[in-house]
Write a protein that binds this ligand. Structure first.
Ligand SMILES: C[S@@+](CC[C@H](N)C(=O)[O-])C[C@H]1O[C@@H](n2cnc3c(N)ncnc32)[C@H](O)[C@@H]1O
Length: 373
C-alpha cells in the first residue's frame, strides 16, 4: 500500500516537472543557420537528447559535413515517452530495443557518403550506425547531465546545443558555465528573471539568441490545456493530440551573434512628462524599448524584451526590478499604511498616475552608455 502511494507521488512529481518537450527540426534550423562558421572543427554535445528521438541529434548528424564538425555526441536520460517519432528507423535496424529502458550514447566523428548517392545526409548516418556497433552504446549511468559519465563527455565538448529540462535550467546553465562551455540552448522567458541567470546576462556571459519570445510547437506527451493552443497547433499543421503550444521561449547562448553588435536606433528625446519617475526606484519608466530616450543618462526601466535588442556597447544592464530586490535597489517598500494593495505594489516599479499608485509589469533597469553625464 505504502509503495503504491510513493509510486503515485513520484509519478505526480514527474508530471509536475513537465520536462518532455521535443523540438521541431525547423525551429533548430531557423536558429542554427546563424552560427555556421562557429561550428567548424568543433565537438558538439547534445546532452539531453535521446539520439533516437531528438531533432538536435538529427540536425547535427545530417549536417555533420556541412558544418565541418569534428565530433557529435548525444546522450539520453530516460527513454522518450514519444518513442518512435524521429529516428525510429534505428529501432528497426536493431540498434535500440524499445522495451529496454537503458539510456544511450552516440558518438560520431565522420559521416561518409555510405549509400553512394552523391550526398551526405541522415540516411548515411543510419548506415553508419548500423555498420559500426561502437557508434551507439548504452550508458553505464542513467544519462543525467550531472552524472560523472556525462560530465566526462561534456569536458570533451566545445559547444553544447539542446533544449534542456526547464525544471533544471539554473543547474543546467551553472554546469555549462563551470566547465566553460559554449552553448546554444532553449529556455523559457521566465528564466531571465532567475537571479543566477540574470547575473550571467549582466556580466555578458549569456545573451539572447535570434529566436526570442517564440510560441513553439513541441512534440509532447502532455495535452494542450487551452482551446486556443490547440487551434494554434492545428494552424501550424500539427496534430494537437501529439504536439503542444508553449509560449515565450527564447534561445540563450554565449556564441557570438550579429544582433548583439547592432545599436538600437533611438529617436525620442527625454521629457519629464512622457517618462514618469518611479515612486520606488531611482529610475524613469520607459514602457516600450523603441521609446528609450536618446539623451537620458540616468537609470531607465524597460520591458524584459529589451534583451532581444541588447547591445552591451550601447547599454549597461543594472539589474532586474522585481519583488526579490536582491540588489537593494528599491528606494521604498510599501506597507499597509501606504495602501491596502501594498503587497501588489512591492512586485515591481510603481508609477503614480493621477494620484494613484500603479505597479508596472516586469522591468529591467538599464543605462545608456553613450549619453555622457
Ligand atoms: C525539454 S526536453 C527536450 C528534449 C530534446 N532535447 C529536444 O529538444 O527534443 C528535455 C529532456 O531532458 C530530459 N531530462 C530530464 N532530466 C534530465 C537530466 N537530469 N539529465 C539529462 N536529461 C534530462 C528529459 O527527459 C527530456 O527528454
Amino acid at each position: 500500500m505504502e509503495k503504491k502511494s510513493s509510486n503515485k507521488n513520484l509519478h505526480k512529481a514527474n508530471q509536475a516537472k513537465k520536462d518532455e518537450f521535443y523540438t521541431q527540426l525547423v525551429d533548430i534550423e531557423n536558429e542554427l543557420k546563424h552560427y555556421k562558421e562557429q561550428f567548424r572543427d568543433k565537438v558538439v554535445y547534445c546532452n539531453c537528447d535521446d539520439p533516437f528521438e531528438s531533432n538536435f541529434f538529427k540536425y547535427f548528424a545530417a549536417n555533420f559535413n556541412f558544418l565541418k564538425l569534428k565530433k557529435l555526441i548525444a546522450t539520453s536520460f530516460v527513454p522518450s515517452p514519444i518513442a518512435g517519432r524521429q529516428l525510429s528507423f534505428l529501432e528497426t535496424a536493431g540498434l535500440k530495443d524499445k522495451e529496454k529502458k537503458e539510456p544511450f550514447k552516440i558518438e560520431i566523428s565522420e559521416v561518409k557518403d555510405m549509400n553512394s548517392d552523391g550526398a551526405v545526409g541522415i540516411d548515411d548516418v543510419k548506415l553508419l550506425l548500423e555498420q559500426n556497433a561502437k557508434t551507439c552504446t548504452p550508458l553505464k549511468d542513467n544519462g543525467d547531465f550531472r552524472s560523472n559519465e556525462c560530465i566526462e563527455l561534456l569536458k570533451q565538448a566545445d559547444i553544447v546545443v539542446t533544449n534542456p529540462p526547464f525544471s533544471l535550467f539554473r543547474e543546467y546553465v551553472a554546469q555549462l558555465v563551470e566547465y566553460k562551455k559554449k552553448f546554444l540552448i532553449l529556455g523559457n522567458m521566465n528564466a531571465i528573471t532567475y537571479k543566477e541567470i540574470f547575473k550571467l546576462i549582466k556580466a555578458n556571459k549569456l545573451w539572447a539568441g535570434y529566436g526570442f519570445n517564440m510560441s513553439m510547437v513541441y512534440a509532447s506527451p502532455y495535452s494542450n490545456e487551452l482551446d486556443d493552443n490547440r487551434k494554434f497547433v492545428v494552424g501550424k499543421g500539427y496534430d494537437p493530440n501529439k504536439y503542444i503550444k508553449v509560449p515565450a521561449i527564447n534561445w540563450y547562448t554565449n556564441l557570438d551573434t550579429e544582433k548583439r553588435h547592432e545599436m538600437i536606433d533611438l529617436y525620442k528625446k527625454y521629457t519629464a512628462k512622457e517618462y514618469p519617475r518611479y515612486d520606488n526606484y531611482d529610475a524613469i519608466e520607459v514602457s516600450k524599448v523603441s521609446d528609450i530616450p536618446m539623451d537620458y543618462n540616468g537609470a531607465m526601466g524597460v520591458p524584459i524584451t529589451f534583451l532581444n535588442k541588447y547591445n552591451p556597447v550601447q547599454f549597461e544592464v543594472i539589474w532586474i526590478a522585481d519583488r526579490q530586490d536582491s540588489q537593494g535597489l528599491r528606494t521604498k517598500t510599501y506597507t499597509i499604511n501606504d495602501t491596502p494593495n501594498y503587497n501588489d505594489l512591492n512586485r515591481g516599479p510603481v508609477i503614480k498616475i493621477e494620484g494613484e499608485l500603479r505597479v508596472v509589469y516586469m522591468r529591467i533597469l538599464i543605462k545608456n552608455k553613450k549619453v555622457k553625464v
